[in-house]
Design a protein around this ligand. Structure first.
Ligand code: 2HA
Ligand code: ZN
Length: 270
């Protein structure tokens, strides 16, 4: 058995949480990550029969039965993960019934997975149907994306179009657009269901006045989506009160799509 502290997935979680903290995306205990792991890889580091604790999920996650995830802990600070992963992270397996998470490693001070676990698992279920290679769901609180939800209409198409117009790369990075939810109470099944409904068609869902979710095949994809949206939102917040002399037209966005061989969300360009 290898040393878990040398596992690549543990290092990736330590690196990304430190990076997101430094970027100001995850103040205090803000943000959470779930990363679906390959069983054969985890088996090199952990005895998969050794269940430390069983944690009720409060909803049916049987579509993920047997799947392993490394997940940030509830109430834990991203800034502290790298120094003490065994308290701030946990490795869980979804039980055969789909009603429980079996803790295999971590949360060593008695902790539990993120309060947003229902949203994470519901998002994994939906994204896995669209793209079986999906592994990462990531949530954080980037400031300009939040700010934009105060001053911009929350319609998916309108919000997406504005983001596309702010940076040339946006339509290339998320041609399917973004989904936007109105303000809701977080940390429960209801917001999980609403988010999963949106994330069927997009890899980015924005929670108004709260934050953002990104989905991806790896940490880079999920985070790359989030930082691209955040960059566009920052440009928007910087220019929104300034007279605009020129911008990227729909015709130009179409030319960009042709040049990069991408198909933008139907009906989103005029
Ligand atoms: O506190 O970000 O949405 C963690 C969160 C809840
Ligand atoms: Zn949050």
């Amino acid at each position: 058995m290898y040393n878990i502290y040398e596992a690549p997935f543990l290092k990736e979680m330590c690196d990304i949480t430190a990076n997101m903290y430094r970027m100001g995306f995850d103040e205090r205990n803000g943000g959470n990550i779930s990363y679906r792991l390959k069983q054969e890889l985890v088996a090199q580091y952990l005895d998969l029969q050794d269940i430390r604790r069983t944690l009720p999920l409060g909803f049916d996650a049987s579509a993920l039965a047997g799947e392993l995830f490394i997940v940030t802990g509830t109430g834990k600070y991203f800034k502290n993960v790298a120094a003490c992963p065994q308290q701030n992270l946990g490795i869980i397996r979804i039980s055969d019934s789909g009603q429980e998470a079996q803790l295999l490693w971590g949360y060593e001070d008695g902790g539990r997975p993120t309060s947003e676990l229902p949203t994470h698992l519901m998002n994994h279920i939906v994204r896995l149907r669209v793209d079986p290679q999906t592994r990462v769901i990531m949530h954080c609180h980037p400031v300009n994306t939040l700010a934009m939800t105060f001053v911009h209409e929350l319609d998916d198409r309108a919000f997406t179009r504005t983001l596309w117009q702010m940076c040339t790369e946006c339509i290339v990075v998320f041609p399917e657009g973004v989904g936007v939810l109105p303000w809701m109470v977080c940390g429960n099944n209801e917001i999980g269901v609403a988010t999963a409904e949106k994330i069927r068609d997009v890899r980015v869902v924005i929670w108004a006045q709260h934050g953002i979710f990104g989905a991806g095949r790896d940490i880079d994809e999920a985070f790359g989506l989030i930082e691209t949206v955040e960059k566009a939102a920052e440009v928007y917040i910087k220019i929104m009160n300034t007279p605009i002399k020129q911008s990227i037209t729909d015709e130009e966005l179409k030319k960009l799509c042709e040049a990069f061989h991408i198909v933008p969300r139907e009906g989103y360009l005029d």
